[in-house]
Design a protein around this ligand. Structure first.
Ligand code: NAD
Length: 455
């Protein structure tokens, strides 16, 4: 009975999600004409998305923007491999990016180090935002205001109110904004949801999302001069201007709380998003977080150990991670366990999903993962959904409002850790109940000349 209601409600949600946006959002392309596409933040993941965008055959890359145009910066291996013998490791970084785009599509994108100039000059129809997290809000909001549809990476922002401002901007400008939580486009993730929603695991009262990696204490990396060609001030942008450190860039922003929200904001959002996808509830009512840097001795400042408890009306879930203690005792190091009255369901990544029935006489049920490559994900499907929504005016499967709620799961966990206290969350009004100090952490002060996007 409970499951029948769930199923009905799911169908209702799906229908709502498919409701047409108002007409101006629909971008009609003359047959054969391609969408003008530009990328802001052409690092590892920004180029993964750019490659799938080009592979769709529906876009023309008109611009690539990155604040790092140093010669020492190299393309990530998955991208370098595409260029083979043509790869020139001595070129400035944006020339390497150009070569990749040109080889894969024949397009001749113009190169930029300031996204504002690129938006103004290129007037793209679609913008990919693959910068570090602290830049997502300003870049995505500027892009929709410039008339572009957006594919923005997760987590969508650094503080909660930036996320709400992004949702508002998308709606006011009537643009389609897809968030890069590609697990909602994953084949085994979709069948997992069907399994759970059909009640095959019974009624679920608890979920546990987690990632564990092996590692040790590490050691600090000293600050240094940024390489020639990297605009470090622009990289720091609205965040504090810190001395350059090789641990921060490329990719290392994840380890610094001024620019990201640690493992919870990096891996956590993917799995917490899967829990929000499964449940009919939109947000937790209470959040409590514990953790710290118990082992790490490097110069990052993110917790190496973290446990967050999220209390919903009909279930309780937690997130946990650690950067050490990889082992063979636990069957998987990543994913979500859904604990139901009929058994335990593990939704994983490269290990697909497995259902372990309560009764040992019943066989386990397993489904393998199905990925696109480069990096074991489902960007192709998510990109196709974005294109479909641009054409039809439908809401995308990882719409910005959905991405905002999933991002909030991570941000509220980190907020509770920073506050040193549990919080009660009024998700309708996006306020913390009865705690003015905690509410101050829903936003932050931007470094001038950048201004915080007001709700
Ligand atoms: N959905 C996923 O599975 C997934 C996987 C990996 C990364 N990501 C997300 O992608 C984003 C980028 O991560 P990454 O690993 O590719 O990092 P990265 O460091 O390789 O790339 C980020 C790039 O942005 C550039 N940049 C910084 N500020 C900029 C600005 N103002 N304008 C233009 N460029 C700017 C940097 O120079 C860098 O080249 C992050 O938000 C991350 O969470 C998502």
């Amino acid at each position: 009975m409970v499951m029948t209601q769930k199923r009905r409600s799911f169908l209702k949600q799906t229908a709502a999600a498919s409701a047409l946006l108002s007409a101006p959002a629909v971008l009609t392309q003359a047959q054969g004409k391609k969408y003008r596409c530009a990328t802001i933040g052409a690092g590892w993941w920004g180029l993964n998305i750019t490659r799938y965008a080009m592979a769709s055959g529906e876009v023309q890359m008109v611009g690539v923007c990155d604040v790092d145009n140093s010669r020492v910066r190299q393309l990530d291996r998955v991208h370098r491999e595409q260029l083979g013998g043509q790869y020139d490791e001595k070129k400035p970084y944006l020339d390497k990016v150009y070569d990749l785009v040109n080889k894969l599509s024949g397009d001749e994108p113009r190169k930029y180090m300031d996204y504002r100039e690129m938006l103004e000059k290129e007037k793209p129809d679609i913008v990919i935002v693959g910068t570090p997290d602290h830049w997502h809000p300003l870049c995505a909001i500027a892009a929709v205001k410039a008339g572009a549809h957006v594919y923005v990476e997760k987590p969508i922002c650094h503080t909660v109110q930036e996320g709400r401002a992004m949702v508002n901007a998308a709606r006011e400008c009537n643009r389609v904004v897809q968030v890069g939580t590609h697990r909602r486009a994953g084949v085994h993730n979709k069948s997992a949801m069907e399994f759970l929603r059909a009640g095959k695991a019974g009624q679920i009262g608890m979920c546990r999302a987690f990632v564990h990696y092996g590692g040790g204490p590490g050691s600090p990396t000293p600050d240094s001069q940024p390489p020639d060609g990297l605009d470090w001030d622009m990289w720091c942008g609205p965040g504090p201007l810190r001395p350059f450190n090789e641990r921060m860039h490329p990719k290392g922003f994840r380890g610094f709380l001024d620019y990201a929200n640690g493992q919870l904001g990096d891996w956590g959002i993917h799995w917490l998003d899967q829990i929000l996808w499964w449940t009919e509830e939109k947000y937790p009512k209470k959040v409590a977080c514990y953790g710290g840097r118990h082992i790490s001795r490097d110069n990052r400042d993110i917790p190496d150990t973290q446990i967050v408890i999220y209390d919903f009306d009909s279930f309780t879930c937690n997130w946990e991670h650690r950067f050490y203690g990889a082992n063979n005792a636990e069957k998987s190091n990543i994913g979500v366990y859904f604990y139901g009255t009929k058994g335990t369901f593990h939704l994983g990544w490269q290990d697909g999903w497995t259902f372990y029935p309560n009764s040992r006489s019943q066989p386990e049920i397993h489904e393998d993962c199905v990925f696109d490559n480069a990096d074991n994900e489902n960007i192709r499907e998510l990109w196709a959904n974005l294109m479909d929504c641009i054409r039809t005016g439908k809401r995308p499967i990882c719409d910005i409002e959905i991405g905002h709620r999933s991002t909030n799961m991570s941000l509220l966990g980190m907020l509770s850790l920073k506050l040193g206290d549990s919080i009660q969350w009024d998700g309708e009004n996006e306020k913390i109940i009865g705690n003015p100090e905690a509410n101050k952490l829903l936003r932050r002060t931007y470094r001038a000349p950048w201004t915080y996007p007001e709700v």
